[in-house]
Design a protein around this ligand. Sequence first.
Ligand code: BGC
Length: 249
Amino acid sequence: MTLIYGVDVGGSGIKGAPVDLAAGVLAKKRTRIPTPQPSTPGAVLDVIEELLAEDEWAGPLGVAIPAVVVGGVARTAANIDDSWIDTDVAAELSQRRGREVVVLNDADAAGLAEMRYGAGRAADGVVIVLTFGTGVGSGMFVDGALVPNTELGHMEFRGEAAELSTAARLVEDDEMSLKRWAKRVNRYLLLIHRVFSPQRIIMGGGISKQFEQFATWLDVGCEIVPAELRNQAGIVGAAVAASLGKDRP
Ligand code: BGC
C-alpha cells in the first residue's frame, strides 16, 4: 500500500491524514487542529509539524493551501495572513522536514482528488471543480490535466470578487437562505459557462452535502454534479500531488 500524508490548510482548521493512494481514501481518521490566528506561515507550519508528530509521520508529504502557488511559492493570500505572499512554502517545509514537500493550491488539490477518485473520474474535455467554503476555489482540467491556479472565485461578479457573494459561508453563517444562495450561484455558474464552456462542473465544499436540496435552482447548460470526496478532497489531492512530485501535476 502506498501511503502519503496529505494536509489541507483551511481558514478555520488544518487537517491531515495518511492517504491510501490505491483507493483514494484516508488510511486513518483525519487529525484537525484549529488554524492559528494570525495565520502566518510560521504559525501554520508549526501546526503542520504538530499534526505530523501526532500521527507519527516522517514519510512523504503534500500540502494544500488557500493561495495561488507557483513553483512552491505562495503568490496571493485571500483568506489567510498577508505575510504568505512571496513565501517559498515548499522550500521552508522541505527544509524543516529534511525531504522534498509538494505545496499546491487547495482547490487544485481537491480537483485532483475528484478527477482521480470522485465525480471527475475518466472525464474528458473541460471540467471545472469549484469548492464553496470560506471562499470559493477552483480547479480546472482539460482532458484530465490540471490548469493550475485558475482562481475563478476571484472573477468579477456583481462588481466584486465572486467569492464575496457566493461563498458557502454566507449560508453557514445564516446570512442567506440556501435558495437565495443557490440562485445567485447559478448566475455565477452561467458566467463561468459563458467564458469556459465546460462539459461538467463539480460542486465541492461542505455544502455539497445538500446538493439534492439546491440542485433544482441550478441550470446552466452543462452537467453539474456534487463532489464525491467532500471534505477529504483537499487532503487526498495534496497526497496525489506529492505522489507526482510536483505542484503542477
Ligand atoms: C483563494 C483560493 C482558494 C479558495 C478556497 C480563495 O479565496 O484565493 O486560492 O483556493 O479561496 O480556499
